[in-house]
Design a protein around this ligand. Structure first.
Ligand code: FHN
Length: 603
């Protein structure tokens, strides 16, 4: 009994100590939401080309050119002569960030090449010694940030350093390096440089480490990482530390924010702070052959998408050797900043709403409690042709007001609230070409029904495994394969029962389709749907084969859509739809979805 109590108590403690809390010092981070990342260093002078050869390796990361193209340090340093030192002005980066609506900047104080962008006392391999006139870019940037009220953070490559003889430069996979020597690098470069960065440049908002493996898979030790972390906590207690420090959550519960993979957008709602580091194009450092520019719309959607799941976006620029940024960046940053100046309400100091973030097909929802105590639900509309009415499903009380945000003023919108669906009349021509924002106002955080599935713009209910309110029975979740030609599906070898809840606004009739793959011709397996006390039984049918990719010898099992029947809802209200699948281990079914489509003519 005591043992059981102890286990429960420990579990409870580990829960409150875990990253499920927002550290007090990270409050600004979850409010700011949007930051600038700067990758700039000697590599910017190479522009992704070395001696006429493009940077090796398919991912084209121009800041990796020294390593990829095997450049000797003496030759690499020659790149400093290509820089237009008279014209480089870090204040311009700060102004660009401000213009784009970004609230913090993180610069590569030292990237993997080991070259410091400040006048480092611990290593001569720094910009002060190789610029003319002598420059301390970190000092200049920190002053510019202070002047313009911009928070500043440093990227510091701790694990990897291609300059120090005892650091990890990946070729150590061939040339042996022991932990003792590695510790020399740690104690004579990492620790003193970090002390310099924390002492000489004012208040530092965050240190951004970049080890993408857990320390046990690397040469770095847990003790070294704690030594580094403790130094930061000691010298700048308010400075945030990201999860790429390299410790697991079990080892260190108070890493301040989690860093997702490069350009990896959020998929799930987390209660603790997290961030996507993203590029405007592909490379992080300036690459003159860059040709993969993301559009303004796509960047805004990424930002809003992350905010709708409680996350941040830190968008990277790779300035050139004269300090400027490509026109493609200027243009997009102008457009993004312009958008944020009118619609930033739904991003800054906003976060996830209680409902599923993929509930509606017109866009994504964010939520904010404003200083005046009012609660706002923002409908960020991605759809360019949403029609005259936007439907919001899931809030079960009427909003006080609904407005369309626009450049000059807010436009009051007419709306109709019905039990769990708010229908909002919107203008035929929406004001913004990228994303439009509708603001719903409430006195209190509105009540919601978490189980509902919203109707799509095309008049149907798309029911699948992830939006089911209950799931009973055993099944295997199969991710999509062969580049998605085999879709995500649920494999049932015995039985599975899924249940969904919908709100039907008026008497109406719906056809019912389901998609699955079943490869047997004779079976006693079946699938049945129960809606509104009516049952539709369907004997599993052989779904056949198809070709995934023409001329590639890709015969795959076919996922086919089968019509199950038609259902009539005589009155408005909540309805449950239950799907039962009965199969057996010899004849499994791979089930995909149910689709209820409104049959308008039949009413
Ligand atoms: O290797 C680096 C890369 O150059 C860049 O700095 C990115 C930014 O997140 N981080 C590493 C790869 O994950």
């Amino acid at each position: 009994m005591i043992k059981r109590f102890l286990i429960i108590f420990i579990l409870f403690l580990s829960k409150i100590n875990s990253q499920s809390i927002v550290n007090e010092r990270a409050k600004w981070f979850i409010s700011d939401r949007f930051g600038m990342f700067i990758h700039w260093g000697l590599y910017s002078g190479a522009e992704g080309i070395w001696k006429g050869e493009k940077v090796r390796y398919n991912n084209d990361y121009a800041e990796w050119i020294q390593y990829r193209n095997q450049i000797e340090i003496s030759e690499y340093l020659e790149l400093s002569k290509r820089f237009d030192w008279e014209n480089i002005d870090p204040e311009k980066w700060v102004l660009l960030a401000k213009k784009a609506g970004m609230k913090y900047i993180t610069i590569t104080a030292k990237h993997h090449d080991g070259f410091a962008l400040w006048n480092s006392e611990s290593s001569d391999y720094n910009i002060y010694n190789y610029s003319n006139p002598k420059r301390d870019i970190i000092k200049e940037l920190s002053l510019a940030c202070k002047k313009h009220g911009m928070k500043l953070g440093f990227y510091y490559s701790h694990w990897t350093d291609w300059e120090h003889p005892f650091s990890w430069d990946n070729s150590k996979e061939i040339y042996w390096l022991d932990k003792k020597n590695y510790n020399i690098y740690w104690q004579e470069k990492v620790m003193p440089q970090m002390k310099e960065l924390l002492s000489n440049y004012g208040e530092i908002s965050l240190i951004w480490f970049d080890m993408w493996l857990h320390h046990e898979e690397t040469i770095v030790s847990k003790e070294q990482l704690f030594q580094l972390k403790n130094l930061i906590r000691e010298m700048q207690p308010n400075c945030l530390i990201n999860s790429r420090l390299g410790l697991s959550i079990d080892e260190d519960k108070d890493v301040d924010f989690r860093t997702l993979g490069d350009n990896q957008l959020g998929k799930y709602k987390y209660e603790y702070p997290w961030q996507t580091p993203a590029t405007v194009a592909h490379s992080w450092g300036y690459n003159k052959n860059e040709n993969e520019w993301k559009s303004t719309t796509s960047i805004l959607r990424s930002l809003i998408g992350n905010v709708s799941l409680n996350g941040n976006l830190m968008l990277n620029i790779g300035p050139t050797s004269n300090g400027s940024v490509p026109y493609e960046i200027e243009k997009r940053f102008d457009e993004i900043g312009n958008w944020l100046s009118y619609y930033g309400k739904s991003v800054y100091n906003a976060g996830a709403f209680d409902l599923r973030n993929d509930l509606h097909d017109w866009g994504l929802t964010t939520y904010k409690k404003s200083k005046n105590g009012k609660k706002y639900v923002f409908l960020n509309i991605f759809d360019n042709q949403p029609g005259d009415i936007i439907k919001f499903t899931g809030i079960t009380e009427s909003p006080k007001k609904i407005k369309l945000l626009s450049k000059n003023s807010k436009i009051d919108l007419k709306f109709d609230f019905n039990t769990a669906v708010t229908s909002i009349k919107i203008p035929k021509k929406l004001p913004n070409p990228y994303v439009n924002v509708v603001e719903m106002e409430f006195n209190e955080r509105p009540k919601v029904d978490l189980n509902l599935v919203a109707k799509t713009k095309n008049g149907g209910y798309a029911l699948n495994y992830s939006n089911a309110m209950t799931k009973k029975g055993k099944s295997i979740i199969n991710g999509s394969k062969r580049f998605g030609s085999i879709p995500f599906n649920i494999e049932v070898k015995d039985s599975l029962i899924l249940k969904w809840k919908v709100f039907v606004e008026k008497p109406s009739c719906y056809s019912i389709d389901t998609s699955y793959n079943f490869q047997k011709k004779i079976t006693n397996g079946y699938l049945s749907i129960e809606v509104n006390n009516e049952e539709f039984k369907h004997k599993l049918e052989y779904s056949g084969k198809t070709v995934g990719e023409p001329n590639q010898d890709w015969m795959i099992d076919r996922f086919h859509s089968f019509r199950l029947g038609q259902i009539k809802f005589d009155s408005p209200g909540f309805y449950f739809i239950e799907l039962k699948i009965k199969a057996n281990p010899q004849n499994p079914i791979q089930w995909q979805w149910l689709w209820l489509d409104e049959v308008v003519d039949k009413i």
